[in-house]
Design a protein around this ligand. Structure first.
Ligand SMILES: Nc1ncnc2c1ncn2[C@@H]1O[C@H](COP(=O)(O)OP(=O)(O)OP(=O)(O)O)[C@@H](O)[C@H]1O
Length: 350
């Protein structure tokens, strides 16, 4: 099929949106724009409101306040079937008594399309998800990953402008999940379709997204590219949720950082004013020095665990401050080492 890829896409504008269930405000002042063709992820812990926002965009829920636009069109009050969206569910929701072909063709038959058109579109969508050879199979004859690909083909065949994914990979085993991340991202890029993807899996979000909105208790805490969210989190809540993070409470005096209850921690290029701070650094942003220097401090290895491609060690500084370090070297428990914080962020004390 000769599709015009740019047709399969729209800008999605969420404007000042609120959602209340009874007395509980589940979404508060959600306001952002998803660009045409962007892979945009809603990331956050369970219960923070991501699915509710996705369901508002789809039309399964009505916002209490605020508007949603697809380009210039106000779609806030439209029903799901009037919106030109494709919704991919966590549990594939395929009809067990229908073949792959029939499952995918169903939506087109409802639209009263003729057989030749249906065949052409089903073949096109099966080709996109790489399942052409299985069109006569029944869902029970397919693996979980194949079933999820059929459910994606079933929404693609309707040529939606936006794909909405609600934790689509959480029923798959770890290895398949990693493969499907690549497959979904690849087909989204190939079609240039806008995608909004809900997950609580930060690794998935970092790998797949053009941009991520991190949710915290019904609000958007930060929006940014995966790199921005990981390297420049706006708060300790975000650095703790996205990736691993060491947080050390302390105070700055005369351009030097002192962890509470222990000694000075050397930090390069520290320019901030005096006051209490939380020092945040990632376990892989620590280097282990061959010899002490002005940039290092001495810690004792308390625990070491093998993680395949790296070793995670827990270290203690004066038996007061504990943190984790990721390294490729091997260390013994009780070994003394000199470490240097290569990259850090200081937050005002929360
Ligand atoms: N139909 C409903 N009626 C009442 N409360 C609801 C309803 N749907 C969701 N909630 C509540 O809204 C809050 C947000 O739920 P939501 O499913 O959007 O969160 P989530 O971030 O997607 O979490 P999860 O990943 O666990 O689904 C939760 O406290 C939930 O109990």
């Amino acid at each position: 099929m000769n599709k015009n890829e740019s047709n399969l896409s729209t800008e999605v504008i969420i404007s000042n949106l609120y959602k209340q269930f009874g007395d509980i405000e589940v979404l508060k002042d959600i306001d952002f724009t998803i660009k045409k063709g962007e892979f945009f992820t809603l990331l956050g812990p369970s219960g923070c409101g991501k699915t509710t926002l996705l369901r508002c965009i789809a039309g399964f829920e009505k916002p209490t306040k605020g508007k949603i636009f697809f380009g210039d069109d106000d779609i806030t009050k439209l029903q799901p079937w009037e919106k030109n969206i494709g919704f991919v569910f966590q549990n594939y929701a395929l009809w067990p008594h229908m073949t792959v072909y029939e499952n995918i063709a169903y939506g087109l038959k409802v639209k009263k399309m003729n057989k030749a058109q249906i065949d052409k579109l089903v073949d096109w969508s099966l080709d996109i998800v790489n399942l052409s050879q299985l069109k006569k199979s029944y869902p029970t004859q397919l693996s979980g990953g194949q079933q999820q690909r059929v459910s994606i083909a079933r929404v693609l065949v309707l040529q939606p402008k936006v794909l909405l994914f609600d934790e689509p990979l959480s029923n798959l085993d770890a290895k398949l999940r990693v493969k499907m991340r690549k497959d979904i991202k690849e087909l989204q890029e190939r079609l240039g379709i806008s995608a909004i993807y809900v997950t609580h899996d930060q690794e998935e979000a970092l790998e797949m997204s053009d941009r991520i909105a991190v949710f915290d208790k019904g609000r958007v805490a930060q929006i940014g590219t995966p790199e921005e969210i990981y390297e420049q989190p706006d708060s300790t809540a975000i650095s703790n949720f996205v990736g691993k993070s060491n947080n050390i409470q302390g105070t700055i005096k005369s351009r030097k950082f002192y962890a509470f209850g222990t000694n000075f921690i050397p930090l390069q290029s520290l320019e901030e004013e005096d006051g209490d701070r939380t020092l945040v650094f990632r376990p892989e942003k620590i280097t282990i020095a061959d010899a002490p220097s002005v940039d290092t401090f001495e810690v004792i290895v308390k625990d070491a665990s093998y993680r395949g491609n790296y070793v995670q060690i827990e270290v203690s500084y004066n038996d007061e401050v504990y943190f984790i370090v990721e390294t490729r070297e091997k260390f013994e428990v009780n070994e003394k080492i000199h470490v240097c914080v290569e990259k850090y962020i200081l937050f005002e004390k929360e």
